[in-house]
Design a protein around this ligand. Structure first.
Ligand code: S3P
Length: 169
């Protein structure tokens, strides 16, 4: 079984993913962390030194590697589904679950979080909701290709398990 959790930054892919993996007896893999270990560079450093396009190429290459791993819950990077054929590729190689969290809630979480996110880090707090809403509008058509969509501001591992049932084997 291979589950890809997709959704915007701050939607809970990593936190919920860890819990989901442990509940389902699967491994957990964080895609950003995988990229950092593969290229021995942090995600913000890749963005700063090489630019977003190079980051997206690395992300795609890592996705190819991850797609052959068995019995794993993958927390994907928020932009991964929106580049190249990544979304189609994930749908072919696993079960995609879109964690659909409202922009207002994402802002609260992102302000609280300590992870550096190059695409939003420069934004003043008052522009963050608008930035997220705009990005979500562009990204939603990709995210919505997921096999399962779960909407809410406090999605739990149980919600995911109830939604996917026995259908992701
Ligand atoms: C990105 C999301 C980040 C990371 C990079 C770009 C995006 O991952 O891959 O900063 O484009 O939304 P998280 O969704 O895990 O924060």
């Amino acid at each position: 079984m291979r589950i890809y959790l997709i959704g915007y930054m701050g939607s809970g892919k990593s936190t919920l993913g860890r819990e989901l993996a442990s509940r389902l007896n699967l491994s957990f893999l964080d895609m950003d962390q995988f990229i950092e270990e593969r290229y021995l560079k942090t995600v913000p450093d890749i963005f700063r030194e090489e630019g977003e396009i190079r980051f997206r190429e690395k992300e795609q290459a890592c996705l190819r590697e991850i797609s052959v791993m068995e019995d794993v819950v993958v927390a994907t990077g928020g932009g991964a589904p929106c580049f190249f054929d990544n979304m189609e590729f994930m749908n072919l190689t696993g079960c995609c679950v879109f964690l659909d969290v409202e922009p207002g809630e994402l802002v609260i979480r992102l302000k609280r979080g300590d992870v550096i996110r190059p695409l939003i880090q420069e934004k003043p707090a008052e522009e963050l909701v608008q930035t997220i809403e705009e990005m979500m509008r562009r990204r939603r058509p990709f995210y919505e290709k997921a096999r399962y969509i779960i909407s809410g501001n406090s999605i739990t591992a149980d919600d995911v398990i109830n939604k996917i049932g026995m259908n992701c084997g």
